[in-house]
Design a binder for this molecule. Structure first.
Ligand code: NAI
Length: 332
């Protein structure tokens, strides 16, 4: 039984091949993104396609997959804003995902971005290698005592809140479904705009939905404290990038850390070091001294990759045996 992987990287092969020893699927790895341009490469009779965050599963693509007899779309990630679920339902294609794979990996990366921006360790590293031991320009601030706002307190947001409480921060949260264990631990839930107004640091941990696209736009930014630090490890389109750039220019946002970017599919997961990048917005962002961009690497730990391979193949195996995986795995 064949599974075709899209956007496959060497590390995907390593972890999936190892995990597949107990399942014996035929695995084919394609480096390209899935989209209308390539969907015809899927051979008739392929059981499943395995996709990642920037593969585009439009209604058109899903229609072609269905015509080729594909039964399962297996997302090897948690977010699913890139899949037209209605189209999959109409064609009777099952869609499964990995709802949780080391949420701590993403939460810890958000904290790593925060500490890098704050304590400027990335600058110190380069300076010291050039024998420049001066401290000018490296001034940071304590996290202890600061107010941190988490937008979304699911698995990743909860891990993030726990870490920030360990730093001695006051932790605020906004989520339509508050987490009782966090409340018991002292996390204060506030309406969204109140969280924006009270936080020194804001970190986004909610999924991207049609309702919250550009959640952080100029209106939201105006509610924030001047000098706020903003971290986004969730999905690029939660930020209105142009409005964020304007606020960086005015100094309203003092620090920005992003692991995701609205137009990331043209850039991320590729070595473009010898290319001319036409995306002026990312070029502007990386030119700021107070902006840190990482290329969707928050999930990228040994533990997370192992769990992704384990859960993805278990999901496909369950579906081929007629089982219905629970726990938020099935989307269609
Ligand atoms: P989750 O489903 O466990 O939690 C999401 C939480 O957000 C839920 O509690 C939900 O009620 C809340 N929520 C939904 N809409 C909201 C809104 N408009 N405002 C505030 N809260 C809202 O999801 P999990 O596992 O915590 O992941 C969160 C997001 O992180 C994913 O949707 C994905 O976009 C992103 N992610 C990023 C990764 C990376 O490598 N950068 C890796 C994995 C996930």
């Amino acid at each position: 039984m064949k599974i075709v992987f899209f956007s496959a990287k060497p590390y995907d092969r390593t972890f999936f091949n190892r995990q597949n020893e107990q399942y014996g699927f035929e695995l084919e790895y394609l480096e390209t993104h899935l989209g209308p341009h390539i969907v015809n490469a899927v051979e008739e009779g392929t059981y499943a396609v395995c996709v990642f965050v920037n593969d585009k599963l439009t209604a058109e693509v899903i229609g072609v997959l269905a015509a080729k007899g594909v039964k399962v779309i297996a997302l090897r990630c948690a977010g699913f804003n890139n899949v037209q679920l209605e189209a999959a339902k109409q064609h009777g294609i099952r869609v499964c995902r990995v709802p949780a794979y080391s949420p701590e990996a993403v939460a810890e990366h958000a904290v790593a971005m925060l500490l890098t921006l704050n304590r400027k360790t990335h600058k110190a590293y380069n300076r010291v290698r050039e024998q420049n031991f001066a401290l000018n320009g490296l001034l940071g601030f304590n996290l202890h005592g600061k107010t941190v706002g988490a937008v979304g307190t699911g698995k990743i947001g909860r891990a993030f809140c726990n870490i920030m409480q360990g730093f001695g921060c006051r932790v605020l949260a906004f989520d339509p479904y508050p987490d009782a264990s966090l409340q018991a631990a002292g996390v204060e839930y506030l309406p969204f705009e109140a969280l924006l107004a009270a936080s020194d640091i804001i970190s986004l941990h909610c999924p991207l939905t049609p309702e919250n696209k550009y959640l952080i736009n100029d209106h939201a930014i105006r509610q924030m404290k001047k000098g706020v630090t903003l971290i986004n490890t969730s999905r690029g389109a939660l930020l209105h990038t142009h409005h964020v750039i304007e606020s960086l220019k005015s100094g309203h946002i003092a620090y920005l850390g992003i692991d995701v970017y609205e137009q990331e599919e043209k850039l991320f997961f590729k070595d473009l070091s010898a290319s001319i990048i036409e995306d002026d917005m990312i070029q502007r962002l990386t030119s700021f001294p107070n902006v840190l961009v990482t290329g969707h690497q928050a999930f990228f730990t040994e533990e997370a990759l192992q769990q992704i391979a384990e859960i993805t193949l278990r999901n496909v195996d369950g579906l081929r045996k007629g089982q219905e995986p629970g726990g938020g795995v099935l989307l269609a």
